[in-house]
Design a protein. Structure first.
Length: 426
């Protein structure tokens, strides 16, 4: 099995005074955070696919090979690739931090039913830190605990439910649990219970990893906030403008709170554009239907537009009172984007060429979910050949990666990557 690059490419080098710096969607990608699919994918079974937010079961050797090709593609273009699973291991060097982390994972997993949490904690802490992290991510099955330590009826009934700790198969979509905005982060409260533990990893990394700890990284919105928001809905259009999708996974209340916190805690971002999209699984996040590929070019799935191309767009700015933003309503996305970006022309490139069947098929396989690694240079799935050819016709350099197994999780190259550092746009 190909394991290219993990050992030699996740060394925590090149530490700068600003370990997080993202001021656009398209600036040259310098550092990115990913998660290589692992045992958590192997613990998917048909009975629990819906619970774990999957439609199908990926084949592990091939999804790993495709992911390795993706990360090697990024390295070949000069991007430093960091791995979530390695950073969290390196963050748990102190025993007290390690124990606290396990306690919080178990608490958030609701794993202390009838007192079983103590047995689970002892089991996890008996492992090496790497194996412990792998087990937390991959899931703990009931048959892994010695029978003599099982004291409760549900523990003895493996066919009732096989896991003490659910696996986290969505972890390879590193975009969602946290998002870099400027020199800070939103560490997100995720909507679905299957994913809510994921943002805990980033919280520990920024507070305890030597690359990030001590840099006083601002958290614009933390995971304790009661309403959900996810990184797939958060797009940094420019140093002073971000767009956020009001979607199935991100609430209007969280978006407003994030906007108010940004206006209060920093001065560069002056506009937050809230874009309402249909709330359904096919249009899960804003970046599944809309991404930026160049200074004046975006991909879009035409189905998010209403009659005459209308939809609800709200521009949030600082208001006269810090507790309320100034909100302006717009109904045309293209015109709203030209307004906030201050440009005269702007192109929306339709997924699937705008054809009803092709656009629906390619959007389901993330034809609009492009990862820009420089202005006018994007990484896409090879299966979306109609959308890819249309991007090339508009002058975009398209780098295709394999996607037969990666696409089964309903996320594309942008979903699989959390930019940490991008170069500023000129």
């Amino acid at each position: 099995m190909n394991t290219v690059g993990i050992a030699e490419t996740t060394e925590t080098t090149n530490i700068t005074l600003h370990p997080i710096h993202v001021t656009s969607e398209i600036g040259k990608l310098k550092t990115v955070l990913v998660k290589r699919p692992g045992a958590e994918v192997e613990n998917l079974v048909p009975e629990y696919l819906q619970r774990l937010l999957f439609d199908d079961i990926p084949y592990l050797p091939i999804i790993q090979r495709e992911h390795d090709y993706f990360t090697e593609t990024l390295r070949n273009r000069g991007t430093e690739v960091l791995y979530l699973e390695k950073l969290i291991v390196e963050s748990l060097g102190k025993e007290e931090v390690r124990q606290e982390f396990v306690s919080r994972v178990l608490a958030e997993s609701r794993a202390n039913v009838n007192g079983a949490g103590q047995v689970l904690k002892e089991y996890l802490l008996s492992l090496s830190t790497k194996n412990m992290v792998d087990k937390i991510m991959g899931g703990v099955r009931k048959n892994e605990i010695e029978p003599s330590k099982k004291l409760h009826l549900y523990e003895l009934m493996e066919d009732h439910y096989p896991f003490y700790l659910d696996p986290m198969p969505n972890l390879y979509f590193t975009r969602d649990p946290a998002a870099a905005i400027g020199n800070g982060l939103s560490i997100n409260r995720m909507r679905e219970p299957a994913r809510q533990r994921e943002s805990l990893f980033m919280e520990y990394i920024i507070h305890h990893h030597p690359r990030f700890a001590g840099h006083d990284i601002p958290v614009w919105l933390d995971r304790a906030y009661e309403f959900p928001i996810e990184g797939g809905d958060e797009l940094v259009l420019r140093e002073d403008v971000i767009a956020i999708g009001v979607s199935e996974r991100s609430s209007a209340k969280a978006i407003e709170r994030l906007a108010l916190n940004l206006f209060k805690k920093q001065s560069k971002i002056t506009k937050v554009v809230a874009v309402e999209i249909p709330k359904c699984r096919a249009f899960m996040h804003l970046d599944t239907v809309f991404t930026m590929v160049d200074h004046d070019k975006f991909t879009i799935h035409p189905a998010i537009l209403g009659p005459q191309g209308n939809m609800n767009v709200y521009i949030l700015e600082r208001g006269p009172e810090e507790h309320y933003p100034k909100i302006t309503h717009r109904t045309n996305l293209q015109e709203a984007l030209k307004e906030v970006l201050g440009i005269g022309e702007l192109v929306l490139i339709p997924c699937g060429g705008g054809d009803e069947i092709a656009s629906s098929r390619e959007q389901w396989n993330d034809g609009s979910n492009t990862l820009a690694i420089a202005p006018g240079v994007v990484v896409t799935y090879d299966r979306n050949y109609i959308s890819n050819e249309l991007l090339r016709q508009y002058g975009i350099e398209v780098i295709e990666i394999g996607s037969s197994e990666l696409s089964r999780g309903r996320g594309g190259p942008r979903c699989m990557s959390m930019p940490i550092v991008r170069e500023n746009l000129r």
